[in-house]
Design a binder for this molecule. Structure first.
Ligand SMILES: Nc1ncnc2c1ncn2[C@@H]1O[C@H](COP(=O)(O)OP(=O)(O)OP(=O)(O)O)[C@@H](O)[C@H]1O
Ligand SMILES: [Mg+2]
Length: 271
């Protein structure tokens, strides 16, 4: 019975602005975890305007809306695996739960239905990576509660973006999660801006946990090819995406202080 056994980790990729790189980061996290040998499902929870399948050049046969319908019509017989597509590229292979194809289907998805589906996925995968929208919606808040890690993605471009990042950070902090659950990640770090990074960190009240560089060419090529950047470590962006996942899984040899961390805390959760 799938309800027995351990539960996989949920990694949610969230931001308080659009076009910050949530989908790119979520895809590459899923791909890198899969490359490392984990069983991974990437769930597109940008329900109205999901891009995961476009970015991966997948034509989904089933979507999360079909999964919701099946779960509601016969909960006993519901098998979440039947509603997944598989993305494969060289040694990288992971499952994808596609966003609904129509807006009305997306509109009719309830947070509790999403919760039920994500829970089912947790029993079948080591990692469930969720791509989201930039909103404190009921679905996103539910997902944050379920998450092992919330990757809060930010960029430093315009003042309103930073204001919204600050509101988002304070709001998530006010939810009282355990230390280490929220990871502030800066994307497109070296893109041109007049705003000082240190000022932003002071406003947010903490330094960025990890920094990803701006590389329009690499991001564009990956999207055009439908291939995750982390397939090769031939760009700084790909290497830093790999490094982020290594930090999440503690697979890096040494931590920031230069010490070996021993067993990863993900593995401790599993055991
Ligand atoms: N580090 C980066 N360097 C250069 N371009 C990037 C980087 N990260 C993302 N991009 C590009 O920025 C654009 C937006 O990325 P993406 O679609 O992942 O953002 P998003 O936060 O998911 O947006 P939305 O809120 O619309 O879902 C894409 O064209 C993507 O290729
Ligand atoms: Mg997106």
């Amino acid at each position: 019975m799938e309800e027995q056994g351990r539960r996989g980790n949920v990694i949610t990729v969230f931001s308080t602005a659009s076009a910050v790189g949530k989908t790119l980061v979520a895809i590459n996290m899923a791909a890198e975890l899969a490359r490392l040998g984990y069983r991974v499902c990437l769930v597109d929870l940008d329900l109205q305007f999901g891009d995961v399948c476009n970015y991966l050049h997948l034509v989904p046969e089933r979507t999360i809306a079909d999964a919701q319908q099946a779960a509601e019509s016969n909960a006993e017989a519901f098998d979440v695996i039947q509603f997944l597509d598989v993305y494969k590229c060289d040694e990288i292979s992971f499952s994808v739960m596609a966003a609904p194809l129509r807006i009305d289907e997306a509109y009719n998805m309830s947070a509790s239905a999403v919760q039920h589906i994500v829970q089912r996925l947790q029993f079948r995968f080591d990692f469930v990576v969720a791509d989201t929208t930039s909103a404190f919606s009921e679905t996103n808040l539910m997902l944050m509660d379920m998450s092992t890690i919330i990757t809060f993605l930010g960029i430093v471009d315009f003042i309103p973006t930073i204001k919204n990042m600050k509101i988002g950070c304070d709001t998530i902090r006010s939810l009282g999660y355990e230390n280490g659950k929220i990871r502030l990640v800066l994307n497109r770090s070296n893109s041109k801006t007049k705003i000082d990074l240190e000022d932003v960190e002071n406003i947010l009240g903490e330094p960025f946990y990890h920094v990803l560089p701006n590389d329009f060419g690499a991001a564009w090529d990956a999207t055009m090819a439908g291939v995750p950047l982390v397939r090769n470590a031939d760009t700084a962006l790909a290497r830093d995406l790999r490094a982020l996942v290594a930090r999440y899984t503690n697979l890096e040899v040494a931590d920031e202080a230069g010490h070996n961390n021993g067993m990863s805390w993900f593995k401790r959760i599993f055991n």
